[in-house]
Ligand binder design. Structure first.
Ligand code: CA
Length: 227
């Protein structure tokens, strides 16, 4: 899942980015409101993390403008402890949730996952297909009860495929949701990752769950995909 992090406190921003990257998220950073608005309205993101107090344009303004542009990306606002009014204003301006600074990283992860679950219309926290189970908060994968170790990028691809299970996910969509702004989209790296993912997930099982539909994209399903 790809996130735009709009936060002017550099140390906090780098701390959040490092933690989220270790959890398989792709994170782009913006350090003022204008840059954040530009990226959030021109690139594809699964979530916006938006600080309220920002140089050039406030988080509340960024939020309002994104909603005016009909961007429906979930927005998680960060507010300082004393800014109760900011919370109210933030939610009024179209934010989906807020988190008060300082916060525990685990709390941030839980909020992010709740918002992603909502935006992908999922009922439960865990993502499953057949006997494969992914826990996006604990960051664990098991098939038939057997733990499977994945790299952060493999995990991110699997998470995306499972959030959209039984649907075709194109290679471009994988790139947009799993890699950050600096990714060179001409390389065949997605196919390489899918190859290793399939080995780890499907090898030794009768029902393959990760499918490549040549020229179309990829799909996580326990049914045989048409085409
Ligand atoms: Ca700030």
């Amino acid at each position: 899942m790809r996130i735009i992090l709009i936060e002017d406190e550099k140390r906090l921003s780098h701390f959040i980015k490092k933690g989220l990257t270790e959890n398989g998220f792709a994170v782009d950073q913006a350090f003022d409101g204008e840059e954040g608005l530009y990226l959030a309205s021109h690139e594809t993101y699964d979530l916006v993390i938006l600080d309220v107090m920002l140089p050039k344009m406030s988080g509340v303004e960024v939020c309002k403008k994104l909603r005016l542009l009909k961007k429906e990306t979930p927005i998680l606002m960060l507010t300082a402890k004393s800014e109760l009014e900011d919370k109210v204003e933030g939610l009024d301006s179209g934010a989906d949730d807020y988190l008060t600074k300082p916060f525990e990283f685990g709390e941030l992860k839980a909020r992010i996952n709740a918002l992603l679950r909502r935006s992908y219309h999922q009922v439960s926290n865990n993502l499953t297909v057949d006997n494969l189970e992914v826990d996006p908060i604990k960051h664990t994968v098991n098939r038939a009860g057997k733990m499977i170790k994945l790299t952060p990028k493999e995990f991110a691809i699997l998470e995306l495929l499972l959030r959209r299970k039984h649907e075709v996910v194109t290679r471009t969509q994988v790139i947009e949701h799993v890699w950050d702004y600096n990714f060179d989209s001409l390389s065949n790296v997605v196919d390489v990752f899918i190859g290793t993912l399939r080995k780890k997930i499907d090898k030794g099982y009768n029902i393959p769950l990760i499918h490549t539909l040549h020229g179309v994209g990829y799909m996580a399903t326990d049914k045989k995909p048409a085409s």
